[in-house]
Design a protein around this ligand. Sequence first.
Ligand SMILES: Cc1cc2nc3c(=O)[nH]c(=O)nc-3n(C[C@H](O)[C@H](O)[C@H](O)COP(=O)(O)OP(=O)(O)OC[C@H]3O[C@@H](n4cnc5c(N)ncnc54)[C@H](O)[C@@H]3O)c2cc1C
Length: 371
Amino acid sequence: MDRHAVIIGGGIGGLAAAIALRRADWRVTVRERDAALPATGTALGMWPAALRALDALGVGDEIRRAAPAQRAGAFLRPDGSRIATIDVDRLRRRTGDDVHLVSRPRLLAVLHRAAAGAGADLRAGDPVGEQAGGRAGHPVDDAFADLGADLGADLVVAADGVFSRTRERLFGPAYRARHSGGTAWRGVVDDLPTDTFAEVWGRGVKFGVTPHEGGRTNWYAAGAAPAGRFHPGAEVAELRRVFGGWTSPVGDVLDAIEESTVLRHDVYVTPPLPSYVHGSTVLIGDAAHAMTPDLGRGACEAIIDAVALASCLRAAPTPARGLREYDRQRRPVTRRLARMAGLGARLTQVRHALPVRDQVLRASMLAGPPG
Ligand SMILES: Cc1cc2nc3c(=O)[nH]c(=O)nc-3n(C[C@H](O)[C@H](O)[C@H](O)COP(=O)(O)OP(=O)(O)OC[C@H]3O[C@@H](n4cnc5c(N)ncnc54)[C@H](O)[C@@H]3O)c2cc1C
């Protein structure tokens, strides 16, 4: 049977879904709004479960080879004292893998090449819903149960990210992404190679450092802030104001950051959806469950969604049953992770009773990270 899937969004989840669905014998069209893949970007932690999903797509070892593994990790205080050690060996013993830090451009390039190689029709600069027949901003109604017919597809995969218009059109404005109350800075610096994950927790803010490809260092910082309170052209000064005088490696990284390389974003999350399926449309990745970045799991879960979706469709007697099974498998897990990530964000924003916060952090390490 010639079954056709249209995927809205050619990001991490969309490209992973393209490969997985091609491997399950679907004809696949990916419609991506942007004209080109990004050339720059920071590192994403790929957890063992995501690496297994990448294995299922045939690219796991390529990512493991290209992306440095995180060999050690610690939570510190700004004065250098240790809150907790991350037991990297335990994760390896439990799962047989490390966390690998892959840059977003490399991950997208690898997935794009694999999707093209698998025969997906990849259309760049081709948005859905932003110029198509005045559909943009259309209120939620029954017409969108038929999004598949609109797009000439048996299946629509909404992989259009945290600000997914598809989600809003299908489920209504109550499911629009909302500001989490947090903000994040990110970047990469040269000449400071590290194989260690270090996260330094201050009063209501934290600064993290991880390995990056090519002997570079990935860094990020987070804290509470109202939406849109940016410092164009002066983010490094703001970072120095907040994190200046902190223990190594924060100070060294702050000295090396160039203003033009700083990425600054407010963090948005999505309210829990009643289902990841609406008619013949299925949501994956941030479109379904955008979470705060505190567990470093959003991209991992987008890839796992894609592989689970194709596997459910392959195993089920009808696509509708496959979609129901995908929702059953993926919604509870991703909701739990989103809740945990939200707790991590709230913990970051704690300004008082820091010893209690530190105890919670230590206890979360005893429970161990979700592999
Ligand atoms: C500060 C920060 C740090 C993070 N760190 C990590 C980490 O270490 N590990 C991890 O796993 N995750 C991490 N994440 C989360 C991760 O970035 C996201 O979860 C991931 O990018 C989601 O992938 P996606 O494919 O669902 O969405 P996206 O990557 O947002 O892709 C959506 C795609 O859809 C396209 N699109 C949107 N609308 C349309 C339209 N109408 N028509 C056509 N195309 C459209 C967009 O152009 C885009 O290419 C982090 C996030 C942040 C903010």
